[in-house]
Design a protein around this ligand. Structure first.
Ligand SMILES: Cc1ncc(C[n+]2csc(CCOP(=O)(O)OP(=O)(O)O)c2C)c(N)n1
Ligand code: SF4
Length: 275
């Protein structure tokens, strides 16, 4: 567990001239940034050899606040830029922050193929079930019946499950938690940062301004309680399934943790064998 204080996190890792952040009061994005920096601190990772990459969205603003090299790129293209960074300099640790829209809609293709290639990236997807930055439009992760500004009577499209997508395509590390699970988030981000290959951590996060307000979910505290009540750990879920029971709750936990040769290692071996 991380024992560094918030003020030390700010002192050591943030660009103070960029503060305060643009995040609304009660938004979960700041918590995800905090979890990531705690994981980096605990692992003693050299921030000067780490590049933070993002697309466009509220969640994609994170790299701008971290005192390190970063790329705030185009909507949906964070993973494509990150792939370029990793191929150009395999010594760098490359961390992507991506919204659920950025990752699963416009960037879905890059997400899929980076997993398929097993590029050594840590991708942290902040899933607030909506397009936060542009005013609360429907996202590919918006649950059925949920209200957004483009589905004022409720969403009728089935949502995609980003973590299950990452699992079936073959990512060697996949976990999903919520901002109501800080210890688990930090622990999974640490595992993801140490994994050689594509690691994916999805964090369900409150957007009180759009998703919460439109769906009458109350304050951030209410939304946080809702995350605890509406999720079930994979271990418990599997036990339930074995007993022939089922649940509507969203499954959270660690879904994959395996070893699998990453693209850069394969590439290096392939060309040295040709010589
Ligand atoms: C090519 C392109 N299309 C659309 C947009 C408009 N746009 C900016 S952010 C965004 C969605 C943001 O939602 P998400 O990725 O889930 O991130 P959040 O803001 O919720 O963190 C969209 C559609 C854009 N900037 N560029
Ligand atoms: S609009 Fe939503 S996601 Fe964006 S900063 Fe505000 S609360 Fe966070």
């Amino acid at each position: 567990m991380s024992f560094i204080s918030n003020s030390l996190i700010i002192e050591k890792y943030l660009r103070k001239d960029m503060l305060p952040t643009i995040f609304c009061t009660g938004c979960g994005i700041g918590s995800v940034m905090n979890f990531t920096l705690r994981a980096i601190h605990d692992l003693n990772i050299d921030i000067n050899k780490t590049v933070f990459v993002s697309g466009i969205g509220c969640s994609s603003r994170i790299p701008g606040y971290i005192y390190s090299d970063g790329l705030h790129s185009l909507h949906g293209r964070a993973i494509a830029y990150a792939t370029g960074v990793k191929l150009a300099n395999p010594e760098l640790k490359v961390v992507v922050f991506t919204g659920d829209g950025d990752c699963g809609a416009i960037g879905g293709n890059h997400f899929l193929h980076a997993i398929r290639r097993n590029i050594d990236l840590t991708v942290i997807s902040i899933n607030n079930f909506i397009y936060g930055m542009t005013g609360g439009q429907v996202a590919p992760t918006t649950p059925l019946k949920s209200k957004t500004t483009t589905t004022p009577y409720g969403n009728i499209e089935y949502p995609i499950d980003l973590s299950m997508m990452a699992k079936v395509i073959g990512a060697p590390y996949v976990a999903r938690w919520t901002t109501a699970h800080p210890i688990q988030c930090i622990s999974s981000i640490k595992k993801a940062l140490q994994k050689k290959g594509f690691s994916f951590v999805e964090i369900l996060s409150p957007c009180p301004t759009s998703y919460g307000r439109l769906n009458k979910m109350g304050t951030t505290l209410d939304m946080t309680k809702h995350f605890k009540e509406s999720t079930i750990n994979i271990k418990l879920y599997e036990k339930m399934l074995a007993e022939g029971k089922t649940t509507d709750k969203m499954v959270i936990g660690e879904f994959v943790d395996i070893e699998k040769e990453d693209f850069n290692t394969k590439y290096k071996k392939f060309y040295s064998d040709l010589k």
